[in-house]
Design a protein around this ligand. Structure first.
Ligand SMILES: *[C@@H]1O[C@H](CO)[C@@H](O)[C@H](O)[C@H]1NC(C)=O
Ligand SMILES: *[C@@H]1O[C@H](CO)[C@@H](O)[C@H](O)[C@H]1NC(C)=O
Length: 267
């Protein structure tokens, strides 16, 4: 009994110390009742189930920065660096926006607007009229992927997984990507910010598990190998011979490392 009280005092001291160092994160998922019962410290009461292993708080990759250790394509860079505001990384204060056929992480548009304007100016210099959608997001699950999952799991189930995780998902920025596709004699061109995010891969892994447990075939959805997270910035205003202006995986376009075109400076 004595030893247990001492453990609790030490535990509470450690918890307070962590709270002081990282006030807004450490305590949010520590339940005081669990602390008092000893579950959190590992001193289990009879019949209690151990809590799941905590998510590591330090990122196993270079979150909220320029990504490190990236092997760029051989021609990179082919344009001068563009600036991007670090405000793009602050998304956890934006409400999760549930969609009906896909999942997205909504980003702060004002943080990417100067980059959007710089890209439009760059395009104009090249005789390429560009436009955007007046918003910024990272697609976490695409509509074609959802159509594979849909016979087995609902969008509500997917959103239930995504809602608590997606807006706080961390990512790093690789480069400005440029994707081109000649269609009927006109070059469709899309500019995007290429990112990496193990946190978003984790969301997709949980969706994958739900899908497979519901009877879905794992070979039809890849949560990490076929995932090219990016922020679409600007695309050709119009193309007389092609209905769509943005380009997607369905067009054979992967907006990822392979599309790296210009470096990014975070400002
Ligand atoms: C990027 O920002 C720096 C100042 O932080 C500025 O000197 C430079 O001109 C900017 N580059 C572009 C392409 O806007
Ligand atoms: C290319 O042009 C042809 C003839 O106008 C049209 O049928 C076809 O749909 C166009 N291709 C695309 C991808 O838009």
């Amino acid at each position: 009994m004595m030893a247990r009280s001492v453990s609790l005092v030490v535990l509470l001291a450690v918890v307070s110390l962590c709270a002081a160092q990282d006030a807004d994160k450490s305590l949010t998922f520590i339940d005081p009742v669990e602390v008092a019962s000893g579950v959190v410290s590992g001193i289990l009461n009879k019949g209690q189930v151990p809590p799941p292993a905590p998510t590591p708080s330090s990122a196993p990759y270079d979150a909220n920065k320029i990504c490190d250790n990236i092997a760029f394509p051989p021609k990179f860079p082919s344009a001068p660096a563009f600036n991007l505001s670090k405000g793009v990384f602050v998304a956890d204060n934006i409400a999760f926006q549930p969609k009906t056929t896909y999942v997205q992480q909504t980003l702060d548009y004002n943080s990417v607007l100067p980059l959007y304007n710089a890209l439009v100016a760059y395009g104009a210099q090249q005789g390429l009229p560009l436009t955007g959608r007046g918003e910024a997001h990272i697609t976490v699950l695409t509509p074609p992927e959802f159509s594979v999952l849909q016979p087995f799991i609902t969008i509500d189930q997917i959103n239930a997984i995504a809602a608590p995780l997606v807006q706080k998902a961390r990512f790093c920025v690789l480069c400005i990507g440029r994707d081109t596709l000649p269609i009927n004699g006109t070059l469709n061109t899309v500019f995007n910010v290429v990112v990496r995010s193990p946190d978003l891969i984790e969301v997709r892994r949980q969706i994958f598990n739900l899908y497979v447990n519901a009877g879905g075939d794992g070979s039809r959805f890849s949560y990490s190998n076929i995932f090219a997270p990016h922020i679409t910035m600007a695309f050709r205003t119009s193309n007389p011979s092609f209905a769509a202006t943005d380009l997607f995986v369905e067009n054979g376009i992967y907006k990822w490392d392979n599309s790296c075109f210009a470096p990014v400076n975070l400002v």
